[in-house]
Design a protein around this ligand. Structure first.
Ligand SMILES: [Cu+2]
Length: 289
């Protein structure tokens, strides 16, 4: 038995080692976007995502422990109780202690998983006092972003290959857009999400946010980007033929750069007040402060 366990352990270690070798340096996530041969999540850039990464690892340890335990039981049965090794099987049935244990222990395991899981759900949907509100409207097939407090609104469309080639360095394919969202670093950004036609979903992995954009319903979530950089996400609800071509680009910049961008954007993207859908939704947004 011990030998077998040791074999399994060294086998697993060799597999992991081979995997790491095969993937080389590219296995490690690039900030804000997926990378070739990536294992696991994109690198976190927000406290919510830190929690999600922690929870993922935590549950993974529980899964590994349970899997190894069940495998060990199976191997014991296979080796010790096969017809050759155990020709006269015992007729024992029922064991109260065992039955209580195999009911109570899984319940305890589930509770241990549920508590942090519910906590993260609560954190994602319980919006702290926000510094900035952005409304993201999902359209077939692009996003409209509104900064209601600054009266700006613009549409964000994916760059085609020839457009990407003109930018240096070229943004990643299928992710770069013409007008990204710009937010200041370390500020709480409230994101209001709605759909204008069908259901879309607003998701940025590095911030740990993903929420449906539903016509006629204002969903809310939030993020606080703790690192500067460019972060990409995608529409995450199958919304039609160009579902794969409505990426989300968020630029997290410092306070000064944000102020400069905002001053510029106010000229470029000023709302003319003739967009009733936007103003109604912005005015009707619940105030939680
Ligand atoms: Cu969509």
């Amino acid at each position: 038995m011990l030998v077998l366990m040791r074999l399994i352990r060294s086998g697993a270690a060799a597999l992991v080692f081979a995997g790491v070798l095969a993937m080389g340096g590219t296995a490690f996530a690039v900030l804000g976007q997926p990378s070739p041969w990536q294992m696991g999540f994109q690198e976190s850039a927000a406290p919510t995502m830190d929690d999600i990464v922690w929870f993922h690892d935590f549950v993974l340890y529980i899964i590994i422990a349970i899997t190894v335990f069940v495998l060990a039981l199976l191997l014991i049965v296979i080796v010790k109780f096969n017809a050759r090794a155990n020709p006269a099987p015992s007729r024992t049935t029922h064991n109260t202690l065992l039955e209580v244990l195999w009911t109570v222990i899984p319940v305890v395991v589930l509770v241990v998983i549920a508590v942090p899981s519910f906590r993260i759900l609560f954190v994602q949907l319980n919006i702290p006092p926000s510094d900035l509100t952005i409304k993201a409207t999902g359209n077939q097939w692009n996003w409209t972003y509104t900064y209601p407090d600054d009266k700006i609104e613009f549409t964000s469309i994916m760059l085609q290959d020839e457009e990407r080639a003109k930018v240096s360095p070229p943004p990643p394919r299928l992710l770069g857009v013409d007008n990204p969202i710009v937010v200041p670093v370390n500020k709480v950004v409230r994101v209001q999400v709605v759909g204008s036609d069908v259901i879309h979903a607003f998701a940025v992995p590095s911030f740990g946010i993903k929420i449906d954009a539903i016509p006629g319903r204002l969903n809310e979530t939030w993020f606080k980007a703790t690192r500067e950089g460019v972060f990409y996400g995608q529409c995450s609800e199958l919304c039609g033929k160009d579902h794969a071509f409505m990426p989300i680009e968020v630029r997290v910049v410092n306070e000064q750069a944000y102020a400069a961008w905002l001053a510029d954007a106010k000229k470029k993207f000023a709302m003319d007040g003739s967009a009733p859908a936007t103003s109604v939704a912005a005015a009707g947004a619940p105030k939680t402060e």
